[in-house]
Ligand binder design. Structure first.
Ligand SMILES: [Cu+2]
Length: 159
């Protein structure tokens, strides 16, 4: 009886240590996954713009939420405006696109719907329906450019 009891105890303590071990493994895996995630988060913040252009000291960077950009998939762009003094907040931005070699525009009319953070604008309704050369023309009016014609940035790219 005494022997069985101590064997049971031994089994229980083995099970306890196994449970502890599996918990340790689980914790290690979780930490590893978290480390991997933070690594990816780190690279995504340092990601390069999908497209960019500049005019008169204004830099326009396009970060597509669908990257790389695909044909026939409606998606959004985050457009970042900055100059030597930093982000350009409160700007009015109009973007039109088309294919200069085919003389047609976009199948949609993308609209700026929100300034996400200072100088970072959300452009919704972007869709390209054909492969080839596309030209995006951005007209930018800033609070500094009151009364003057908008600054124009032209960006060509091939899909
Ligand atoms: Cu075309």
């Amino acid at each position: 009886m005494e022997q069985i009891h101590s064997r049971t105890k031994a089994v229980i303590s083995t099970m306890k240590s196994l449970a502890l071990l599996s918990r340790k493994i689980y914790l290690t895996c979780t930490l590893f996954a978290a480390a991997l995630l933070s690594l990816f988060a780190g690279t995504s913040t340092a990601i390069e713009a999908d497209l960019s252009g500049s005019t008169g000291g204004i830099l326009l960077e396009i970060y597509s939420r669908l990257s790389p950009i695909e044909i026939n998939t409606i998606h959004s762009w985050e457009i970042v405006l900055s100059d030597a003094e930093g982000p350009i907040s409160g700007a009015t931005l109009e973007i039109v696109g088309g294919m200069p070699e085919h003389n047609h525009g976009m199948p949609t009319q993308p609209q700026i719907t929100e300034e996400l953070t200072p100088g970072r604008y959300l452009l919704e309704g972007v869709r390209f329906h054909m492969p080839g050369l596309w030209r995006m023309t951005a007209s930018i009016s800033t609070t500094k450019s009151q009364g003057r014609p908008p600054s124009v940035v032209v960006i060509d790219f091939t899909l």
